[in-house]
Ligand binder design. Structure first.
Ligand SMILES: [Zn+2]
Length: 218
């Protein structure tokens, strides 16, 4: 039997109302439930991701002198590649060593008390590329240490929670499924940036096609 991991995505001040620069609507309402998930269940290991940008990050609209939330097409930073990626430019968020990049304080306190293996993995620290997945950049060129952490702990099943459902939770879950893990998103422990019914339905449909299971709760 493989091990079971909880994976907590980007529950950082900038993604949380009321003061975050890129606050996900009601994002703060999942903090206490996620703390309970940590307290009440026997995870074999737990990983947390943090968005972790330098001020010159390519995803900040300001760095292109464009308005926040502008649709934008990235050229690949990979030498020799002409691949392009459609994405969105964001308000400045999760700048390294600022308040906005800190994990919600009560959650971090609970996480730090874990007696099972646990780690925090940063993503987004290369300024020339965008990251949505906690495993890799949008080009699947640069890889974080998340996969190595799970492999070292013999993880086969990953349960994903956090922010935002339609960006970093989604893309991290798809990466994990592509890497061969059995992946489940606990929907009641996530919030989406675009959260109307139609968008949520098509998101769940896409995840199902990519072999990611979505269930309301544990
Ligand atoms: Zn970011």
């Amino acid at each position: 039997m493989g091990a079971r991991a909880l994976l907590i995505i980007d529950i950082q001040n900038d993604f949380l109302p009321p003061k975050g620069s890129l606050a996900v609507q009601n994002g703060d309402t999942i903090i206490e439930p996620v703390i309970k998930l940590l307290q009440d269940h026997d995870w074999d290991c737990v990983a947390m991701t943090k968005d972790w940008h330098r001020p010159d990050h390519i995803s900040f609209a300001k760095n292109h002198e464009l308005p926040d939330f502008t649709a934008f097409t990235y050229d690949s930073p990979v030498t020799g590649s002409t691949e392009k990626q459609a994405a969105t430019l964001w308000p400045v968020h999760c700048v390294q060593n600022t308040w906005g990049s800190e994990v919600a304080e009560r959650l971090l306190a609970q996480f730090s008390k874990l007696e099972v293996p646990h780690t925090i993995v940063n993503k987004g620290y290369l300024s020339d590329r965008e990251y949505y997945s906690g495993f890799n950049d949008i080009w699947n060129d640069h890889h974080t240490e998340l996969d190595a952490f799970f492999k070292k702990n013999n993880v086969t099943e990953i349960y994903v929670v956090g922010l935002a459902f339609d960006f970093c939770v989604k893309n991290t879950a798809i990466s994990a499924a592509d890497l061969g893990y059995h992946v489940t998103i606990f929907k009641n422990y996530t919030k989406a940036i675009v959260n109307d019914h139609k968008s949520t339905d098509s998101l769940i449909q896409e995840l199902t096609q990519k072999k990611v299971y979505v269930q309301d709760s544990i």
